[in-house]
Design a protein around this ligand. Structure first.
Ligand SMILES: Cc1cc2nc3c(=O)[nH]c(=O)nc-3n(C[C@H](O)[C@H](O)[C@H](O)COP(=O)(O)OP(=O)(O)OC[C@H]3O[C@@H](n4cnc5c(N)ncnc54)[C@H](O)[C@@H]3O)c2cc1C
Length: 414
C-alpha cells in the first residue's frame, strides 16, 4: 500500500483500491507537494482549475465527466471519492442524454404499470441503470481527485476542512442533501429476487392494499422493476414522510405482500435500503444535482435530470431561469399536498395522476423549467380528484391549515 499526503488529504492506493476502482480514476496530485500542516499555506495559488466540483455522486461525477470531455481542467472533492455506488438508479428513458453509453442501461420497460384503485398503463418508457457501469462510464480520468470535505464554497474558491483552499473559474456544489430532523424523506426496503416470470409486469407504483398495513396507517406502495440478469427489485416504498415509515415496517409490509402474491423468498436475497431527504436543495447558480433543486421533492427523482443537464452546466449555462425557480416552488407545493392527504385518499389521487395525458405527466415529473406545463398538470389533477381530496390539496398548496381530521394521521405521515 502506498500513501501520498496532500496536507491532510491522503490519497491512499492499495491493491484492493485499484481493483475496486478500476481504470477510471487517476490522481494527478503532483501539483500538491507533501507538506506538514504547519508549513501548509492557507491559500495556495497553485491549486487552480477551470472547475472545482464538490461531491462525486451521480450529479457531480456526470458533470466532471462532461467537463473533461470538453477539455477542461477539473478538480473533484469528496470525502470518499472511491465509494462504489450501491443504489439502484432509474429514470424515464426520454430523460437520459444521448451521450450516455447504451451499456449503462440494465433494463428498459416500454409500458410500466401503476395501480391506485384502478390499473394504469403508463405510455412512457422507463429505464433502470446498471449502477456499476454508470459509475465507470462517467470516467473521471484526468481530473484531480481529492479526498476531503468542502466546508466553504465561494464563487471561485473552495475551502476544505483542512483549511486548504482551491481556486477555479467556477465552483459547483454537488454535495447532495443532508438529513435533518423534520425534513421530509423517502424510505424504501427492497429485495432483489430471481425474476418470477414474464407474466409479472413492471410496477412503477402499486398502491394495492395487500401489504398487511393497518388501513389507517401511513401508506406505502410497491415498486417492482427488472434490474437485468433475470433479477427483479421488489421495493416497498414510502414516497415521502416527515418522519417517513421506518425500514423495519417497510420490510414487514414487503414480505407480507410477496406472501400474498405467492412470490417465494429464500431469506438470503440482496437487500436495498433507501433513505434520503427530498428537500434541502435549491435551484441556484453554482449548485447541481440534489443540492441544486434537481431532486423532485414530491417523487425523489433527480438522476435523470442531473445527467440530462450535465452537458449544459459544463458549457457554463448555469443561470437558473425564473421558470425553474417557479417550477421548484410548485413541486414543493406538490410535496405539501402529498403530506396533507389522509392514507385512504392516496390511491385515488394517483388514479387521477396516471389518468392525465402523458404530456402533462411528463411536464409535472420531468419538465424542470416548464412552468406552464406544470401548472396545467396540477390544474388537471386538481379537477380529476374527488371533492374532499380537492379541498385538502387546495389548502396544502396554498399553505392553509391542514384539513385532515385531527388524529387521522396524514397520508404519508406528517
Ligand atoms: C438507495 C437510493 C436509491 C435511489 N434511487 C433513485 C432512482 O432510481 N432515481 C432517481 O432519480 N433518484 C434516486 N435516488 C434519489 C437521488 O436521486 C439520489 O440520492 C442521488 O444519488 C442524488 O445525486 P447527487 O449526486 O445530487 O447527490 P449524492 O448522490 O447525495 O452525492 C453527493 C456527494 O457529495 C459528497 N459530499 C457530501 N458532503 C461533501 C462535502 N462537504 N464535500 C465534498 N463532497 C461531499 C458525498 O460523499 C456524495 O458522494 C435514490 C436514492 C437512494 C439513497
Amino acid at each position: 500500500m502506498t500513501a501520498r499526503h496532500v496536507g491532510r488529504i491522503a490519497v491512499i492506493r492499495s491493491r484492493h483500491d485499484e481493483r475496486a476502482t478500476g481504470p477510471t480514476e487517476t490522481h494527478h496530485d503532483a501539483r500538491y507537494p507533501a507538506e506538514t500542516e504547519s508549513s501548509r499555506p492557507c491559500f495556495d495559488p497553485r491549486v487552480r482549475a477551470d472547475i472545482v466540483i464538490c461531491g462525486l455522486g451521480p450529479a457531480g461525477r456526470a458533470l466532471a465527466y462532461r467537463c473533461l470531455v470538453r477539455g477542461m481542467s477539473v478538480i473533484v472533492v469528496d470525502p470518499n471519492p472511491r465509494r462504489h455506488w450501491r443504489a439502484t438508479y432509474a429514470a424515464w428513458t426520454d430523460e437520459l442524454p444521448a451521450w450516455l453509453a447504451g451499456t449503462t442501461l440494465a433494463a428498459t420497460v416500454a409500458l410500466p404499470r401503476a395501480y391506485g384503485l384502478r390499473a394504469h398503463t403508463i405510455p412512457r418508457s422507463y429505464s433502470v441503470l446498471d449502477t456499476g457501469r454508470l459509475q465507470r462510464s462517467l470516467d473521471i480520468t484526468g481530473a484531480t481527485v481529492l479526498t476531503g470535505r468542502a466546508t466553504r464554497l465561494d464563487r471561485h474558491i473552495v475551502t476544505l476542512d483542512t483549511g486548504r483552499t482551491l481556486q477555479a473559474e467556477r465552483v459547483i456544489d454537488a454535495r447532495g442533501l443532508r438529513r435533518r430532523p423534520g425534513r421530509a424523506e423517502q424510505t424504501a426496503y427492497g429485495l432483489i429476487l430471481d425474476d418470477p416470470g414474464p407474466d409479472e409486469p413492471a410496477l412503477f407504483m402499486d398502491w394495492r392494499a395487500d401489504n398487511g398495513a393497518d388501513p389507517g396507517s401511513p401508506r406505502s406502495f410497491l415498486y417492482r422493476i427488472p434490474i437485468g440478469g433475470d433479477r427483479v427489485l421488489f421495493e416497498e416504498t414510502c414516497l415521502v414522510g416527515a418522519p417517513p415509515i421506518d425500514l423495519g415496517e417497510l420490510a414487514r409490509r414487503l414480505r407480507c405482500r410477496l406472501r400474498a402474491r405467492g412470490i417465494p423468498v429464500r431469506g438470503d436475497e440482496p437487500v436495498e435500503r433507501v433513505r434520503f431527504p427530498v428537500v434541502g436543495g435549491a435551484p441556484r447558480p453554482g449548485r447541481f444535482g440534489a443540492a441544486g433543486g434537481y431532486l423532485h421533492p414530491a417523487t425523489g427523482y433527480s438522476v435523470g435530470a442531473a445527467l440530462a443537464a450535465a452537458g449544459d452546466i459544463a458549457d457554463g449555462h448555469t443561470r437558473v431561469p425564473n421558470a425553474a425557480r417557479a417550477v421548484y416552488r410548485l413541486r414543493r407545493a406538490g410535496l405539501r399536498a402529498l403530506l396533507a392527504l389522509p392514507p385512504s385518499e392516496l390511491p385515488g389521487f394517483f388514479d387521477a395522476f396516471f389518468e392525465l395525458d402523458i404530456n402533462l405527466q411528463y411536464a409535472y415529473l420531468s419538465g424542470r423549467a416548464d412552468f406552464a406545463g406544470t401548472v396545467a398538470a396540477m390544474t388537471r389533477l386538481f379537477a380529476g380528484v374527488p371533492p374532499g381530496t380537492r379541498a385538502r390539496l387546495a389548502a396544502a398548496t396554498l399553505h392553509l391549515p391542514p384539513l385532515s381530521p385531527p388524529g387521522s394521521g396524514s397520508v404519508i405521515m406528517e
